[in-house]
Design a protein around this ligand. Structure first.
Ligand code: NDP
Length: 245
């Protein structure tokens, strides 16, 4: 299939590791202009230096996605540097799994703040710009945990179900926007580091044996972006071939 070769200005949250970092690398190699956000700016700086050294156009800013003002600043950076925003990848997320009985209420709230409100903040920051230009693309990273629930995953899965609902509502309400919800299966990354519950951490070790490289998800995101503007890949699930569920 013929693909559009147009280069885009792409905002990526959570670009300091894992799927976000791999996506920044791949899209930069493809010639897209990248605007990265995350809290660890040392990581973002070395990634930006590396990509720019290799001919990329990459800038970054410290972003905590739970703060709408930080997302507004990221959009402003994109406009100041590259003249607009074509795509946002709302990727930042955390996954401190545990049984509900463990009552890790602070972690429930953190997941709701980062995984749901963080996505909404990203959407809120780009919508006025995209509505004004009558075009844009919003790619939200859910999970296979947004398709079914597993023990220890009640709250995490709830946040990823929410990302699915938000993405579908956004798509239905906007004729000019391409909206994609991405559902990755297990992927090698730093995500499991956010698990504080020992039982959930042990279970995750065996689950992650078949993990995909983050580049697999980056390729799916790049595919979605590189489609012609009249094609909206609204949902995409990427699992390890050996995944039982
Ligand atoms: P990583 O932990 O490697 O990356 C998570 C990213 O989110 C980091 O860059 C981190 O940056 C950022 N982040 C976390 N909290 C915040 C915050 N408050 N503000 C800004 N950035 C934040 O994990 P993954 O790459 O695996 O995760 C990326 C997405 O993919 C997540 O939404 C996750 O739920 C989803 N996913 C992952 C799967 C997997 O198996 N790995 C499977 C399915 C979905 P920093 O700490 O520097 O702020």
């Amino acid at each position: 299939m013929q693909q559009s070769l147009a280069t885009k200005t792409v905002l990526i949250t959570g670009a300091s590791s894992g799927i976000g970092e791999a996506t920044a690398r791949l899209l930069s190699e493809q010639g897209h202009r990248i605007v990265m956000g995350a809290r660890r700016t040392d990581r973002l700086q070395s990634l930006a230096d590396n990509l720019n050294w290799n001919g990329g156009q990459v800038v970054y800013q410290q972003v905590d996605v739970t703060k709408l003002t930080d997302l507004h600043k990221l959009v402003e950076l994109a406009i100041q540097t590259y003249g607009g925003v074509d795509v946002i990848v709302n990727n930042a997320g955390i996954m401190p799994l545990s049984h509900l009985n463990a009552l890790k209420i602070d972690e429930w709230n953190q997941m709701i703040d980062v995984n749901i409100k963080g996505v909404l903040n990203g959407i809120a920051a780009v919508l006025p710009v995209m509505n004004e230009q009558k075009s844009g693309q919003i790619i939200n990273i859910s999970s296979i945990g947004g398709l079914y629930v597993v023990p220890t995953g009640a709250v995490y899965c709830a946040t990823k179900y929410a990302v699915r609902a938000i993405s579908d509502g956004l798509r239905q309400e906007n004729d000019n926007l391409r909206v994609t919800c991405v559902y990755p299966g297990v992927v090698e990354s730093e995500l499991a580091n956010t698990i504080s519950d020992p039982t959930a951490a042990t279970a995750m070790k065996s689950f992650r044996k078949i993990a995909l490289k983050p580049e697999a998800i980056a390729r799916a995101i790049a595919h979605v972006i590189n489609q012609p503007s009249d094609v909206d890949t609204s949902e995409i699930v990427v699992r390890p071939t050996a995944s039982p569920a």
